[in-house]
Ligand binder design. Structure first.
Ligand SMILES: [Zn+2]
Length: 94
């Protein structure tokens, strides 16, 4: 079961997974997702990363996961058409 917190999301505080502190800074950072197996590509994504001020632990939360998921899905939706046309081209050439 996946449930969202009942309270306003803006009041939700990231909690350090290492020491349990809520003394956490959130930074928006550019990241790259390596996607694919046979011919991997990098997908650029920007999402929040949490830094614990107490133990220097850094971690992603569900917001980052959601943004990464969304980005990959959007890429897949775009990629399907180009993969199909590439396949058509190579079968014509062969
Ligand atoms: Zn910590």
């Amino acid at each position: 079961m996946c449930e969202y917190p009942a309270q306003d999301v803006r009041e939700w505080l990231p909690t350090c997974g290492q020491c349990g502190s809520t003394n956490v800074d959130v930074m928006w950072e550019d990241h790259r997702i390596l996607y694919g197996v046979s011919s991997p590509v990098y997908i650029d994504v920007r999402h929040p990363v949490n830094y614990c001020n107490d133990c220097r632990f850094c971690f992603y939360d569900w917001r980052a996961e959601e943004i990464r998921d969304e980005t990959v899905k959007r890429y897949q939706a775009k990629g399907l058409t180009s993969t199909t046309s590439e396949r058509t081209l190579s079968s014509v050439n062969a």
